[in-house]
Each structure stands twice: as C-alpha cells, then as structure tokens.
Design a protein around this ligand. Structure first.
Ligand code: NAP
Length: 283
C-alpha cells in the first residue's frame, strides 16, 4: 500500500475549508497566519509559497513578510513583538533556516507560545514531553495522522525512528511512545543501522541522505514512513528510502514526494486553526 499524504491532505483541506467558514460566521473573521521569510533561498521561497497557497485553498488568511537576509536580529525580534501583540494574527511562523548572524533559538523563543504554529517554542516542546496542552510540531503530527489513516495499529508495535532532530526525530518518537509503541531512536553514531531498522514494525526515517535505507535493512511487511527530502545526483527529489526496492517488501510505504510533505502543510493549517480557537476560546 502506497500511502498518499497528498490525497489525505486534500481530503482534510476540504473539511478545514468548511470549518473555516463556520469560524468566520461565529467570530466575524477567519484564522490568520503570518509567515516571515528572510532572504531569497529558492527552497525557502518555494516552501513559503506553498504554505500561502495551501492556506488560501482552505480560506485561511495568510500574510508573507519578506525581509532581506541582512535584516538584523533586533529588527526580527521587534517584528515578532508586533505580530505577537496583533490581535488579528493567530499563527506566526519564521521560515528556517535563518541567516547565520541570527540566533535561531532566541527568535523561536520570542514567538508568543500560543501563536507558535510550528510547535518549536521551548514551552511547546516541554508540553509535548510533559503531556500537557500545547502545539505539536507539524511533521510529527502529520506522520501520526498518516499511520492512523492507513489503519496501522501503533500500540505494542516496535517502532524505530532514524534521526533525532528537534523538528522530526525526537517529537515523532515521543508521539509514537504516547501511542504505546516501543520506540528505538537511531542516529549517525548507531553501530550497524541495518540490525536496528530490521527490528522495526514501524520504521520512520528522517535523515536527509538519499536512499540510505535499502531493501536489506527493512523487515518484510513493515510500515515505512520516509520523511527525508533531498536531491539525488541527478537533481531528482529523493527520499531516504530506496523506494523502488523497498516498496515490494513492505505493507505500507510513503512516497517522496507526495507522502509526509503534504501532511506537514496540512498540519500547519490545523495548528493555525488551533491558535485561532485558543484566542477565541478566551473571549
Ligand atoms: P537533521 O536535523 O539534519 O537531522 C538528521 C538526523 O539524521 C540526525 O539525527 C543525524 O544523526 C541522523 N543521521 C545522519 N546521517 C545518518 C546516518 N548515516 N545514519 C543514521 N542517522 C543519520 O534533519 P531533519 O531536520 O530531522 O530532517 C531530516 C530530513 O527530513 C531532511 O531530508 C529534511 O529535508 C526532511 N524533512 C522533511 C519534512 C517534510 O515535511 N517532508 C519536514 C522536515 C524535514 P546525529 O543526530 O547523530 O547527527
């Protein structure tokens, strides 16, 4: 079964469009997402454009604020202060990576926690690990949604997550643990990665190395979620899994592109609606 995040995201967007109309009727305005982009890196421009397009598809208002890559840290922090105070802005996202002269942790911490649609603010990270209310990072949330959509039973399964970044590997490990999987986290220092990945009923790979996971590293019948997005030697978009040779062996696999990526954007829109509801619940 090839698990299409594109199709699931399309279905969820239809439902969200209805929800957004209901919110407008109830509260007099639609949720509003502000996205800040520094510089003109082609990849970042494309991600930001995709976020704005998807927001408009469901009726969420989005504002993209573009600044030169030379923007000072202070100027960016002041812009965040303004957006934090703006009662018409529900979600705030700073497109990463930031230029090297800017302290990314300082910037993320400056976003008001209730508006942190990426779920990267330290208090949202703490909420995830302490099982309290907070915003969950979009890619991990999207991965769990994909597993649920495929009807994959998570509880009791052995899950292996390859990668331990704050954006994907660690939070998705925690979400799998919350669903009662037994979770192993592998990384660049793991000795004999194949021996670990072959144990996985559910294998989530978030490395950023094209086709690193080969057929001999996967347990037959496993569920494989490929988060990696890189360009191979021919500049073709590639995942971390050798899809052609792994797909015939496994029960479920996500393609790249069209797997986790669309669900990340879908969950960003869900988080934006959540930030709106948070504000309005306190009215
Ligand atoms: P990252 O911060 O660079 O983390 C990569 C992780 O992979 C690290 O934990 C690293 O281990 C591990 N790793 C590197 N080489 C390895 C190897 N040979 N064997 C085992 N583990 C290895 O990357 P990230 O932000 O998590 O992103 C990972 C990939 O997912 C990238 O391709 C990114 O573009 C993609 N991504 C996709 C989406 C989406 O929506 N589809 C969203 C986010 C990210 P150490 O910790 O030991 O260094």
């Amino acid at each position: 079964m090839i698990l299409s995040g594109k199709e699931l995201a399309a279905r969820r967007k239809v439902e969200m469009a209805v929800q957004v109309q209901e919110l407008e009727r109830a509260y007099g305005r639609v949720p509003h997402l502000a996205v800040i982009l520094l510089g003109d890196d082609a990849g970042s421009v494309s991600y930001v454009t995709g976020k704005a397009r998807n927001a408009s598809e469901v009726g969420i208002r989005s504002t993209t604020i573009r600044k030169p890559s030379t923007t000072s840290e202070q100027e960016l922090l002041e812009l965040l202060d303004t957006l934090n105070e703006d009662t018409e802005v529900d979600g705030i996202l700073v497109q990463l990576p930031l230029p090297p002269h800017i302290d990314t942790d300082k910037v993320i911490s400056r976003i008001r926690v209730e508006k942190d649609v990426d779920g990267f603010h330290p208090l949202n990270v703490a909420a995830l690990w302490q099982n309290t209310k907070g915003l969950t990072p979009c890619t991990p949330r999207g991965i769990i949604r994909l597993l649920d959509e495929a009807g994959v039973e998570i509880a009791g399964k052995r899950a292996v997550v390859v990668g331990r970044s704050m954006i994907v590997g660690l939070p998705v490990s925690k979400l799998l643990l919350d669903r009662n999987a037994t979770v192993t986290i592998a990384h660049s220092k793991t000795v004999d990665l194949g021996a670990v990945t072959r144990e996985a009923d559910i294998l989530v790979v978030a490395i950023g190395r094209p086709k690193l996971i080969t057929a001999d590293m996967v347990k037959p019948g496993a569920v494989v979620i490929d988060v990696g997005v890189t360009r191979d030697a021919n500049n073709k978009l590639s995942g971390d899994v050798d899809f052609t040779n792994v797909e015939p062996l496994v029960s479920v696999i996500t393609p790249v592109p069209g797997g986790v990526g669309p669900m990340t954007i879908c969950c960003l829109l869900e988080n934006t609606i959540d930030t709106f509801l948070f504000t309005h619940a306190s009215l």
